[in-house]
Design a protein around this ligand. Structure first.
Ligand code: NOJ
Ligand code: NOJ
Length: 485
């Protein structure tokens, strides 16, 4: 009896103080709610609606945006930036609209009405571009903001776009089903999903450009991870829709993709490689795209070999961080901080003369989101298992705290478990604080702007301005942080 009483006391004590200490972290966030509202406003500023119309002058003609066009950035060729980002990229748009759908899920009924227009506009825009020029349309990486085909030279085709779009469309469909919009989902969204997935089913083994639009080859990790996720989600979704025939087909492709993904694990190097036939060229080897693949392709199955808690992905994080740590002046100057990430170490893309590559906001935000996602997994599991096979990962986080393989369990040692959780959250927070330091003010009232890249020497913003994807990744990371608390 006495022991039981003591046990119960200890249990309630640890439960109270465990959650209290996390409450402290929950309230002390890298971005406060006011700042997050500003970031949302910047993201929406890049999405065309019926009222918010963009005009673009191209070779003496004016192109006006259609509602639903998502500009990658408002930047358009000038003396400091040679690129034109005023396009609707299928990849960037799907990722952005997935975040908008999450905002819709979290919104009050009143706000939902306004956000509903964004979802509908996106669906109409995608429906138009899917039909533009037959099957080839689906491998097009980007479109004009009026939905017409852009015919300039580019790295095409790209096969991650239709998969990411299917993921977002399934998310939208599930959200709208909760609002009793069965008819709309069936008549309008379902056919778009089927079109994308049928296409990917036929093409996934063929050559295409990677997400950074540079390597034309088969077997890109990021692309396969998001393709597999699309098929897994679709299999569940079509079962739920009483369409087992489609569901079965999708399940079968997902299994093939899982098999094919195995080749990306490079045991000799100890990390996952992005493009298996180009491991010594550009981003073919070590690449922040591995983190994006693990997150955008996350099946939320802890036993998946590429799960966020897998030794493969955890070791890859170790090597990716290592690869960027001494690469940029801004990281060397802040060596006590986890490093800002670029795309891959030998990158030279800067939007101008390809002088040198730089850290990017979006890859850095994804690394932060990675730590937050992993923390949520451990909080659920109530134990952190450190073994010889993932030790490097923990050692990199804090070599004093994580000094040996062990199991840190909530039941046995809540204080230590809590401390370990804080260490992981702190990695994410340090990354977001670091990238926040490099946000820009356009004037006194307009701060926390984010471009695509941060100059590796001085930290000023370079490349495309107000990159939509930079904002989307910041919002998603912040939503993931201590999400279930
Ligand atoms: C090469 C860059 O690395 C890529 O990301 C970019 O989209 C294209 N050039 C086009 O500018
Ligand atoms: C270049 C990036 O490499 C690519 O992934 C992105 O889609 C475009 N910029 C547009 O943001």
């Amino acid at each position: 009896m006495k022991t039981l009483g003591k046990f119960l006391f200890l249990l309630s004590f640890s439960a109270c103080c465990f959650s209290n200490s996390l409450t402290y972290l929950k309230n002390n966030t890298p971005y406060n709610s006011h700042e997050l509202e500003t970031i949302k406003a910047y993201l929406f500023a890049n999405i065309a609606t019926q009222e918010h119309v963009f005009s673009k002058a191209v070779e003496g003609q004016v192109i006006k945006s259609l509602p639903g066009a998502v500009l990658a950035s408002p930047s358009y060729q000038d003396t400091t930036f040679f690129q034109d980002y005023q396009f609707h990229w299928v990849r960037d748009a799907a990722i952005t609209m997935d975040e908008v759908t999450t905002l819709y899920d979290l919104a009050s009924q009143k706000e939902k009405k306004q956000l509903h227009t964004y979802l509908e506009n996106y669906i109409n825009f995608e429906s138009l571009i899917q039909k533009q020029h037959g099957e080839e349309s689906l491998g097009e990486p980007k479109y004009n903001i009026d939905g017409s085909v852009w015919q300039g030279p580019w790295g095409r085709p790209q096969y991650d776009g239709p998969a990411l779009r299917a993921i977002t469309l399934i998310h939208i469909a599930n959200s709208l089903l909760k609002q009793n919009e069965e008819d709309y989902v069936h008549s309008t969204i379902l056919p778009l999903i089927i079109t994308d997935l049928d296409f990917v089913m036929n093409k996934w083994q063929e050559k295409a450009f990677d997400l950074w639009e540079e390597l034309n080859d088969t077997d890109h990790f990021f692309t396969k991870m998001v393709q597999r996720k699309a098929f897994v989600l679709a299999a569940n979704f079509f079962n739920q829709m009483n369409d087992p025939a489609h569901a079965q087909n999708y399940q079968a492709v997902a299994a093939k993709l899982s098999h094919s993904l195995e080749q990306h694990w490079n045991a000799n190097r100890g990390y996952v490689t992005e493009t298996i036939h180009q491991q010594f060229y550009k981003g073919g080897g070590l690449n922040a795209a591995i983190i994006l693949g693990a997150l955008y392709g996350n099946l939320e199955d802890p036993n998946d070999p590429f799960a966020i808690n897998s030794n493969r992905v955890m070791n890859s994080i170790y090597y990716i961080r290592h690869g960027f740590k001494h690469l940029y002046r801004v990281n060397i100057d802040n060596h006590y901080n986890p490093p800002l990430l670029g795309r891959y170490p030998s990158d030279v893309y800067d939007g101008m003369n390809d002088t040198y590559g730089n850290p990017w906001f979006l890859t850095t935000h994804q690394l932060a989101e990675y730590y937050y996602t992993l923390t949520n997994y451990y909080l659920n599991k109530k134990a952190i298992t450190i073994t010889a096979d993932n030790f490097l990962f923990f050692h990199q986080v804090n070599h004093q705290f994580f000094s040996k393989p062990e199991v840190i369990s909530f039941d046995r040692n809540p204080a230590r478990f809590y401390q370990a959780i804080s260490e992981l959250i702190q990695q994410g927070d340090d990354l977001l604080h670091a990238s926040k330091k490099y946000t820009a003010c356009y004037n006194t009232y307009s701060c926390t702007h984010m471009s695509e890249q941060i100059d590796r020497k001085q930290g000023e913003q370079v490349s495309a301005k107000d990159l939509t994807w930079s904002y989307a990744t910041l919002l998603t990371a912040m939503q993931t942080r201590l999400k279930d608390l």
